[in-house]
Write a protein that binds this ligand. Structure first.
Ligand SMILES: Cc1cc2nc3c(=O)[nH]c(=O)nc-3n(C[C@H](O)[C@H](O)[C@H](O)COP(=O)(O)OP(=O)(O)OC[C@H]3O[C@@H](n4cnc5c(N)ncnc54)[C@H](O)[C@@H]3O)c2cc1C
Length: 267
C-alpha cells in the first residue's frame, strides 16, 4: 500500500516587502509578491526524499488561503507533489491559528488516511509556530517539532528524528502516523523541473469551501470564531542614529554611558 504523506504549506508575503496600511493598520497584501513559506519547502523536500526512495509514496499538499494560493500549490506540484488541495472560502478569512488548524484538520480528515503529516515549524508572516502542533492535537497524533534530521525505517513504520533545542538536540523515535514540523536545517529544497512545471499545469487542484470541509462557520472558523483578537498592528518607528562610546578602559566607557543615561533621565 502507498505511504501517504500530507504536507501543510502556506503562501506567505515575501517578508522583505511587508508593509502595514497606516490607516487601516492591517497588512497590505495587494501587489505584494507571495512565496512558499520557507519551512514548508523543507517539509515538502523531506517528503519528496521519501518518495525518491519509495516511489509508491503519495504526497498531498494542503493549504488554506485565498484563490491566489493556487500558484504556490502549482509550485509544490512542480517540485514533485502528487496532489494539491486548497481550502478557500470567505468564511475562513480572518481565522487565527486555532481556527486555521480547525480548517486544516477538517481538510486532512476529508483527504483521508495518511501515514505522516509534515508542516513547517512556523510561517514567516504569522510567526506563531502554533498551527502544526494544534493540528496534531486536534487529530490526536504524536508530534515532534523542530525536526533538523530525519530517518525513516525501511518498513516505513517508524521515524527517528533529531529535534533542535536551544542548547543542543534530542533524538526521538516516533511511530507513524505522526505529525512533524520542519526547520530549515533539515535539507535544501529542490528546484522545480521543466517537466514538473509542465505536468503541474495539467493537474487539477481541488478547491474546498467551508461546506465541503464540514466546519461550523460560526464556531470553528473565521474572524468571529477566532479567540485571538488583534487590537492594534503598527510598524515600529525607525530608531534614531546610534552613538558609539569610546574610552581607554571599560570603566571609562561605562561611566560615559551612565552620565548619558542620567542626562536623558533614563536612570
Ligand atoms: C484575529 C486574527 C485575524 C487574522 N486575520 C488574517 C487574515 O485575514 N488573513 C491572513 O492571512 N491571516 C490572518 N491572520 C493570521 C493567521 O491567523 C495566521 O496567519 C494563521 O493562523 C497561521 O498562523 P501562523 O502564520 O502563525 O502559522 P504558524 O503556526 O507559524 O505555521 C506553522 C506551520 O503550519 C502550517 N500552516 C500555517 N498556516 C497554514 C495555512 N493557512 N495553510 C496551510 N498550512 C499552514 C505551515 O506548515 C506552517 O509552516 C489573523 C490572525 C488573527 C489573530
Amino acid at each position: 500500500m502507498a505511504f501517504k504523506i500530507i504536507v501543510c504549506a502556506k503562501q506567505v508575503p515575501d517578508t522583505n516587502e511587508i508593509k502595514i496600511d497606516p490607516v487601516k493598520k492591517t497588512l497590505i497584501r495587494e501587489g505584494v509578491p507571495s512565496i512558499l513559506n520557507h519551512d514548508d519547502a523543507n517539509a515538502l523536500e523531506e517528503a519528496l526524499k521519501i518518495k525518491d526512495k519509495h516511489p509508491d509514496t503519495h504526497i498531498t499538499v494542503v493549504t488554506m488561503g485565498p484563490p491566489q494560493a493556487k500558484d504556490m500549490l502549482i509550485e509544490c506540484l512542480a517540485m514533485g507533489a502528487d496532489e494539491a488541495v486548497l481550502a478557500s472560502d470567505r468564511a475562513l478569512g480572518g481565522s487565527d491559528t486555532w481556527a486555521t488548524s480547525n480548517a486544516l484538520a477538517a481538510a486532512i480528515g476529508k483527504i483521508g488516511a495518511f501515514d505522516l503529516i509534515f508542516a513547517g515549524r512556523q510561517a514567516i508572516d504569522g510567526d506563531t509556530a502554533q498551527v502544526g502542533p494544534q493540528i496534531a492535537e486536534k487529530l490526536d497524533l504524536p508530534q515532534v517539532t523542530y525536526v533538523q534530521e530525519f530517518e525513516i525505517a525501511d518498513d516505513l513504520k517508524s521515524i527517528t528524528v533529531k529535534r533542535a533545542l536551544e542548547d543542543g538536540y534530542e533524538v526521538i523515535k516516533v511511530k507513524t502516523p505522526c505529525m512533524l514540523t520542519a526547520i530549515k536545517e533539515l535539507n535544501e529544497p529542490r528546484y522545480m523541473t521543466v517537466g514538473g512545471i509542465y505536468d503541474a499545469c495539467a493537474k487539477e487542484i481541488a478547491v474546498w469551501g467551508a461546506a465541503d470541509l464540514g466546519v461550523d462557520t460560526e464556531k470553528a472558523v473565521g474572524l468571529d470564531a477566532s479567540p485571538t483578537k488583534v487590537y492594534r498592528s503598527f510598524t515600529p518607528a525607525p530608531k534614531g542614529k546610534g552613538e558609539m562610546l569610546e574610552g581607554d578602559t571599560e570603566k571609562e566607557v561605562v561611566d560615559k554611558l551612565l552620565v548619558g543615561l542620567k542626562t536623558k533621565h533614563v536612570i
